[in-house]
Design a protein around this ligand. Structure first.
Ligand code: FES
Length: 147
């Protein structure tokens, strides 16, 4: 079997939603502790809906494909749905990632959560800090796969 699925290759070679949003309503940036790669995500939010989303990722093929797929999965969706997006769902939407590359998909999940938290903070909206605190992603700490 090829290392990467066709969907991973497609999203790596033709990533969707690359770029920045000027005056974004929320911006989230995360670094992957395992490899040093970085992802930044920009959200435009209107009436609790993610109207637009863009990303910049400095990372491996899996990180770029995951970022691209994650943005597609949350675009046009309510914030509540975006907050539920897991790295597992992103990997599944890509028809799977090699086990040792699963941690790369965590970047997208965390960056989206951080961007939403940034939106909440900027607008004085109450949220469950314990649940969405940056760096509090359970997937990042124990997959034990190494970079
Ligand atoms: Fe760094 Fe994939 S995100 S190796």
């Amino acid at each position: 079997m090829a290392l990467y699925s066709e969907k991973v290759m497609d999203h790596f070679k033709n990533p969707r939603n690359v770029g920045i949003i000027e005056d974004a309503d929320g911006v989230g940036e995360v670094g992957n502790a395992k490899c040093g790669d970085i992802m930044k995500i920009y959200l435009r939010i209107r009436n609790d809906i993610i109207e637009d989303v863009k990303f910049e990722t400095f990372g491996c093929a899996s990180a770029i494909a995951s970022s691209s797929m994650a943005t597609e999965l949350i675009k046009g969706k309510p914030i509540s749905q975006a907050l539920e997006l897991t790295n597992k769902a992103v990997a599944e939407a890509l028809d799977g990632l090699p086990a040792y590359k699963l941690h790369c998909s965590v970047l997208a999940e965390e960056a989206i959560k951080n961007a939403i938290v940034d939106y909440y903070e900027k607008n004085g909206i109450e949220y469950d800090k314990a649940k969405y605190a940056p760096g509090n992603c359970p997937h990042c700490h124990d997959d034990g796969e190494g970079a």
